[in-house]
Ligand binder design. Structure first.
Ligand code: FAD
Length: 282
């Protein structure tokens, strides 16, 4: 299971959310500059479902690009129309963007209409129809199974639809059980899927937010980790030290066993990523 060939070049990417305030935008510039020094393949910027961050995502993408870093906007299709998505694609094409992370997104509470797209495979199909090979398309995968999926078999079938629709690469939801990733990669190989499956990595810097977030997105925090984290209480330093150790070991294991790179959920902070990077001696 863990005997995949190690790719000749492992590629790294960093994900940000668009800043809400001018202050946030200013401090993000410093974060961009620090992380750009690590020579990543690209920076990606999230997109609020229903288009709630449409302009802010666009602005962040253009800022990143102006620094000479490849920017990959996320694009979620839930609660959106074809016309909206077409306009967004057009503006990215005009600005020389060549990568997109294509997602369904989650319908914001209170928003009743799912719009003209139901699932991410329909978005991938639409991007290909509208723009041909203009964009390299990344899609999401869930080694621990998407929380709304009927079961693992159905979830994998649905994942395959996105690949068949024309995805070029995959970024996973974060996980702390490396086996889940290795089993997922095995299943891809058995199904003839040979595009890169890049593990998503969430640094651990605090507990309650991570716990809430993980509940929502279906990422498992193993019992032994939860028990340790609970004991640290408000001791931020202890949480950070433990988190750094756990996540470094996870990344090392993934890279040693064939992961084609790592995609870091930065939460707009450079320090946790730099610490992991230094530990990994990349
Ligand atoms: P899909 O692939 O459409 O899957 C969603 C669910 O529907 C799954 O349970 C799947 O099994 C099922 N399904 C899929 N296709 C079909 C079908 N044809 N028929 C029946 N069932 C089907 N959210 C945002 O809002 N903005 C972001 O910027 C963002 N970035 C993300 C980045 C990454 C790397 C990841 C892993 C997630 C991100 N998310 C983002 C969260 C994501 O939008 C949610 O996890 C969402 O619930 C699912 O999106 P998806 O693209 O994986 O959906």
């Amino acid at each position: 299971m863990q005997s995949q060939k190690i790719p000749s070049q492992q590629l790294f990417s960093f994900e940000f959310y668009p800043p809400k305030t001018e202050e946030g935008a200013a401090s993000l510039q410093v974060v961009y500059d620090k992380l750009a020094k690590l020579n990543p393949e690209f920076f990606s910027v999230t997109f609020g479902a229903g288009g709630s961050t449409r302009d802010k995502t666009f602005d962040a993408v253009i800022t990143i690009q102006s620094k000479g870093i490849q920017a990959a906007p996320h694009l979620s299709c839930v609660a959106s129309t074809k016309e909206n998505i077409r306009a967004i694609l057009k503006s990215y094409q005009e600005h020389g963007i060549s990568k997109i992370v294509a997602l369904r997104g989650d319908l914001p509470s209170g928003m009743m209409s799912a719009g003209e797209f139901r699932y991410a495979n329909e978005l991938v199909e639409f991007i290909r129809q509208e723009t041909g090979d203009c964009f390299q398309i990344h899609v999401a995968a869930y080694p621990e199974v998407h929380p709304q999926a009927a079961n693992e078999v159905e979830d994998f079938k649905n994942f395959k639809r996105k690949v068949a629709a024309g995805a070029n690469a995959v970024i996973t939801q974060y996980f702390y059980n490396a086996e889940a990733y290795f089993y997922f990669v095995d299943a891809c190989e058995k199904n003839g899927i040979d595009i890169p499956i890049v593990p998503g990595i969430m640094p651990i810097t605090q507990y309650s937010q991570l716990f809430r977030f993980s509940e929502m997105c279906g990422a498992d925090i193993p019992r032994w980790m939860r028990k340790r984290l609970e004991c640290f209480g408000d001791d931020r330093q202890a949480i950070e030290a433990f988190g750094l150790d756990v996540v470094t070991k996870l990344c090392q294991r993934l890279l040693d066993n064939g992961a084609p790179g790592l995609h870091f959920y930065t939460m707009n902070q450079a320090a946790p990523i730099l610490a992991i990077w230094e530990n990994l001696k990349l």
